[in-house]
Design a protein around this ligand. Structure first.
Ligand SMILES: [Zn+2]
Ligand SMILES: [Zn+2]
Length: 406
């Protein structure tokens, strides 16, 4: 059914069936409260190129105008056509223009002062240039440059969607992704508080490689501006999502420690024919058996668990593998053997053992491929979010007491 290229499954993911949902619109309560009040702009500080240990980079305005501030003083203004080299010497930032030294500073800030401000940045050792929205601050952190993009939340969300969901998806799906990426970002602003910024640009937070350029993504962010998912009208939810649940999502407590009332197992038939619905991995029987024996060394025998693990139909809700009286967490097996999911059956054929699996990811919360298929079938973003997150509400971030923007 899906003919769109698949991107997200191999990227980051943020997954026991206890409740079946044969007909979903009758089985949950969803209160959608979106208040049409003016949305204030929220800025987020995101460290960029944090994994690259940059020594130097080229900054060039692309749209709008920029004020260049060094150690708190305005030293220049610039627009498209200007180029600056940002380097470092010991613990200071060295700022140069073509053919001339500007100065050595503790901090350099490029502050956008036009209606819309974007800049290009290119690490000196790299060939690719990236486009970013809004402001940039450069300092030195130990042995490398620290570049922080102070960016309007809505610009950041659009950039994240392109990395997390790709560029070619149904418009309604982009709205779903906008709301969950926004909810995730705004509930994790304290993640890097000790580092001097709010979010990083890698899988640890959300993958972010600069400004969005896809009109459908930008429109989806604009049409859902400020909307976040909350539980009991006040608490931002943990907006977990994964690529494909294989037909059943899991309760949060099945994989993580905390039970969350909105991350409940559901049956999902929308993703069954999507690209990541099934997988297969074969091991030499000797390798598989020695792996299990190695795992058992670290475990105590569980006398209550004697089920055979050879089976032909995987149990969607199973979270342990029972082998010769030992209980091995499936999430450990998934991590050890780099499996797509914990949802698999095991078949032995001669000297080989084959795992026949379903789904991709931790299988908690929203199933991206199921959501994409729902969007293709004509479900709207509210219906899709309601299907995957139990008993949540959709509100404007600005009315949240904890937002600090009231
Ligand atoms: Zn991070
Ligand atoms: Zn699914």
């Amino acid at each position: 059914m899906n003919t769109l290229p698949y991107i997200r499954g191999k990227m980051n993911e943020r997954g026991k069936k206890t409740h079946r949902r044969e007909t979903f619109f009758l089985s949950f309560i969803f209160i959608s409260l979106f208040y049409a009040c003016p949305v204030q702009s929220v800025n987020i500080s995101v460290e960029i190129y944090g994994d690259k240990l940059l020594k130097a980079a080229i900054f060039a305005p692309f749209t709008g105008r920029y004020i260049v501030q060094a150690d708190g003083k305005t030293i220049d203004t610039c627009a498209k056509g200007s180029v600056f080299e940002i380097g470092m010497m010991h613990d200071s930032v060295v700022l140069k223009a073509p053919g001339r030294m500007i100065g050595i500073f503790s901090e350099v800030h490029f502050r956008g002062c036009g209606d819309r401000n974007q800049f290009n940045i290119k690490p000196l050792a790299a060939t690719a240039t990236r486009l970013y929205d809004d402001d940039l601050t450069a300092t030195v952190n130990g042995t490398s440059l620290k570049l922080v993009n102070m960016v309007q939340a809505e610009h950041y969300i659009a950039g994240v969607i392109e990395c997390e969901a790709g560029r070619r998806r149904p418009p309604e799906y982009f709205k779903v992704q906008a709301i969950i990426c926004r909810t995730y970002a705004l509930s994790n602003l304290a993640k890097h508080i000790a580092d001097g910024f709010e979010l990083c640009d890698g899988v640890h937070c959300q993958v972010y490689r600069g400004a969005a350029t896809t009109p459908a993504v930008i429109n989806a962010v604009s049409e859902t501006k400020g909307m976040v998912l909350v539980y009991q009208n006040s608490q931002l939810i943990v907006a977990a999502f994964h690529s494909n649940c294989g037909g059943y999502t899991l309760n949060s407590e099945d994989v993580w420690s905390a039970p969350l009332p909105y991350l409940k197992a559901i049956r999902d038939t929308f993703c069954l024919n999507m690209p990541d619905a099934r997988w297969k991995k074969t091991f030499p029987a000797e390798e598989w058996n020695s792996y299990l024996k190695k795992k058992e060394k670290n475990l105590k025998p569980d006398s209550l668990r004697r089920e055979a693990y050879w089976d032909s139909i995987p149990e969607c809700s199973r979270i342990f593998l029972y082998d010769r009286g030992y209980t091995i967490p499936l999430k450990e097996i998934r991590a050890d053997l780099n499996l797509n999911s914990t949802y698999f059956s095991i078949a032995k054929d001669g000297n080989e053992v084959t795992l026949h699996g379903r789904g991709f990811g931790h299988r908690i919360g929203l199933c991206q491929e199921g959501a994409m298929h729902m969007a293709q079938l004509g479900y709207n973003f509210r219906q899709i979010l309601n299907f995957y997150y139990t008993g949540v509400q959709l509100i404007d971030y600005n009315i949240l007491p904890s937002s600090g923007f009231n």
